[in-house]
Write a protein that binds this ligand. Structure first.
Ligand code: PGA
Length: 253
């Protein structure tokens, strides 16, 4: 069993006054063995990292540029995130694919940049509702993985987040069976891309309307190595419940 992890994606939410939440999470989750990473807006990373110092909670970015520096107005490099105290970075989130026209090649370049900077990329993949109802989910996931996973990736340099787009922020999470089946499919694809040993060590997270109530549907699934949580990560109690539910279920497997 791979080490479990819960990542909180604050998206474009949070001001300096919300850094209290980071301190509260560090305190509430000081004893858990599960890895926990909070990805606040970029401007809060440095202070969040300071608040997490001495705790087991990590801090991550929500995107990075593929270049390490240069004339890219408004962008942030992987090196800068690392310098600010981040250990992880979410890449290829559907909100960036759709809202910023990021294609698979651009995402591959960002994953490479993150790996080169010593950050752990959390590569998001997932199908739209139309693709799902057209039975294209597996084709889409296969293509996204093939186009954006560097072939030298290992469990120490890559994580995948399966996030069906129709499940993000809608309150409609994927079914337990679909999550289990699709995570197994993703595992097989990863092993084909990077080799069995490395592919079996890459953690695969589920994301899409995970909350404190429905998390119990997924925590016992062998194929689920953790969660990428959006909306519920803004609520300290809900986020902590998600982490502790996963922790308890994992210790019982
Ligand atoms: P959600 O977002 O938990 O609010 O559905 C997940 C994500 O977009 O990472």
């Amino acid at each position: 069993m791979l080490k479990k992890i819960v990542v909180g994606n604050w998206k474009m939410n949070g001001l300096r006054g919300d850094l209290d939440k980071v301190s509260m999470i560090c305190e509430l989750l000081s004893d858990v063995a599960t890895d926990v990473v909070i990805c606040p807006p970029a401007l809060l990373i440095q202070q969040a990292a300071t608040a997490c110092r001495g705790s087991r909670i990590g801090v991550g970015g929500q995107d990075c540029h593929s270049a390490s520096s240069g004339a890219h107005t408004g962008d942030i490099s992987a090196k800068m995130l690392k310098d600010a105290g981040a250990s992880h970075v979410i890449l290829g989130h559907s909100e960036r694919r759709e809202g910023h026209g990021e294609d698979a090649a651009a995402i591959l370049a960002k994953v490479n940049a993150a790996q080169n900077a010593g950050l752990m990329p959390i590569l998001c993949i997932g199908e739209t509702h139309t693709q799902k109802t057209s039975s294209l989910t597996r084709d889409v996931l296969r293509q996204q993985l093939a186009a954006s996973v560097p072939h030298t990736s290992t469990g120490d340099t890559l994580m995948i987040a399966y996030e069906p787009i129709w499940a993000i922020g809608t309150g409609n999470s994927a079914s337990r069976k679909d999550v289990q089946d699709l995570h197994r499919f993703i595992r097989d694809e990863l092993e084909a891309l990077v080799g069995r040993e490395n592919g079996s060590a890459i953690r695969i997270l589920y994301g899409g309307s995970v909350n404190a109530s429905n998390v119990t549907d997924f925590v016992g699934l062998q194929a689920v190595d953790g969660f990428l949580v959006g909306g519920a990560s803004l609520d300290v109690a809900a986020f902590s419940t998600i982490v502790t539910s996963l922790e308890i279920a994992s210790s019982e497997i």
